[in-house]
Design a protein around this ligand. Structure first.
Ligand code: NAP
Length: 410
């Protein structure tokens, strides 16, 4: 029998508790093992009347001094989660966490502590909810060189964007609907501004390349500036806008961004809707590999944590030591890409002749010019630096006032 303590009994903590209870018969029959939940740590025990009162505690030190083998951190936030995880590892307890904020910020330091104390720190639920991508990258794919990661890593923004496309509603209406349906928090900023996805991209990158990619190295743009015309232009062209997290590994640098991008509606990425997540890995020798599933929720996340428990119980593994290697970051995509460009002029109608004098690379196609102050066009085969340079010149010459551009991915 192995004992686990669960820190937190919210969405994730309650999910893992229920899965453990439901599966104990199967565990006994299959592996001759039984998982005993010894403590559940909460702030307000009076809000958890469904749980036996002998299990509930508000005292973390009681867990630390108990003989529990595994501590599952499902509280969220940096403090006191960081302190609880560090002290659990130092007391030679294995730790499992769903906390991407913490792993993105302190992961390498905590993994080193786990290594030094000969215990394991698992964090499958921190990226992609129920999709078992961490263990797969760490173990099954570790022999292969990763060229790129392309992901839809945030369920809240994917839900909002799916509703904007399907129901033809504004960003504000879609956000309100997502909050009512429980897919967005009351303060959705970390999701809609792209930070949550950037933390997950940083975790995936460091794990699969061994190179350091801090969240501040990721170019981040959220979905709050998308308007009806962005969506209708995408729809007209047979595309959807998705919040894409992308890492490209060039010969001498890493390029990482989280930005809204155009993807063909019928493509792999275009078919990932609502709260679903996906991770596409490009692994040189073995080609592309795609993982998809629910990125959040009680049971998907609980299932990932349950997988982490079994990994510790059945495989008797220990943390490996792999210090991250510092690396150069490049801020723009290299080579040639396809783009959807929006240019606005607040004071005067846009002069097409003047505009296109500055786009002398790639094939240009006007997509929407129904409003003479608002031009949408695609351009195939232009480098990002050249694109930015052209837009800057147009702004400096007052030919346009505002602009935005999206990468077209597939
Ligand atoms: N929700 C998801 O689908 C999901 C998916 C992937 C990863 N995650 C990650 O999983 C973690 C937990 O998320 P959640 O959605 O389950 O959160 P939640 O529903 O807000 O639950 C948090 C739980 O932790 C307890 N708690 C918080 N601070 C505490 C403290 N200082 N001392 C003791 N107990 C404390 C709360 O106790 P009280 O109930 O007494 O207040 C509550 O039971 C976060 O790191 C999140 O990013 C969540």
């Amino acid at each position: 029998m192995k004992s686990v303590a669960i820190l937190g009994h919210g969405t994730v903590g309650s999910g893992v508790y229920e899965i453990i209870e439901q599966n104990n018969k199967y565990m006994l029959k299959t592996y001759d093992e039984f998982i005993n939940v010894s403590h559940i740590l909460v702030r307000n025990p009076e809000n958890h009347k469904d749980i036996k009162s002998s299990l509930l505690t508000t005292d973390f030190d009681a867990i630390l001094s108990s003989d529990c083998d595994i501590v599952i951190e499902a509280m969220g936030g940096i403090h006191p989660a960081y302190d609880y995880i560090r002290r659990s590892l130092e007391h030679r307890k294995h730790v499992i966490t769903a906390n991407k904020d913490l792993i993105a910020e302190h992961g390498s330091e905590l993994l080193e502590i786990a290594y030094n104390y000969n215990v394991t720190l698992n964090y499958e639920a921190a990226v992609g909810g129920g999709i078992p991508v961490i263990k797969t990258i760490r173990e099954s794919l570790s022999a292969h060189r990763l060229n790129s990661i392309t992901g839809i890593l945030n369920g809240t923004t994917n839900y909002i964007l799916s509703k904007m496309h399907e129901e033809n509603i504004s960003y504000d209406e879609a956000l309100k609907g997502a909050q009512e349906a429980g897919f967005a928090e009351m303060d959705p900023s970390a999701d809609v501004l792209g930070f949550d996805a950037a933390r997950k991209l940083s975790i995936l990158t460091q794990l699969s390349t061994g190179k350091q990619l801090k969240v501040k190295d990721v170019l981040i743009e959220g979905i709050t500036n998308l308007d009806d015309k962005d969506i209708s232009t995408a729809r007209k062209l047979g595309y959807k806008i998705k919040l894409i997290s992308k890492l490209i590994r060039y010969e001498h640098c890493l390029h990482a961004f989280v930005k809204p991008a155009y993807v063909r509606s019928t493509s792999q990425l275009g078919l990932i809707n609502n709260e679903y997540n996906t991770v596409v890995l490009d692994l040189g020798q073995i080609g592309q590999m795609t993982f998809s599933g629910k990125g959040a929720g009680k049971f998907p996340t609980g299932s990932a944590i349950y997988g982490d428990i079994l990994d510790i119980l059945l495989n008797d593994k220990h943390q490996t030591k792999k210090p991250l290697v510092p690396t150069k970051i490049c801020h723009y995509a290299q080579g040639y890409n396809d783009w959807l460009v929006r240019l606005y002029s607040l004071n005067h109608p846009i002069d097409l002749e003047k505009v296109f004098k500055f786009f002398n690379q790639g094939n240009v196609q006007i997509e929407d010019f129904t409003d003479p102050h608002d031009l949408a066009f695609t351009i195939q085969g232009m480098s990002e630096t050249n694109l930015i340079d052209s837009i800057k010149k147009l702004q400096n010459l007052n030919i346009i006032s505002v602009s935005k551009y999206f990468m077209i991915l597939e």
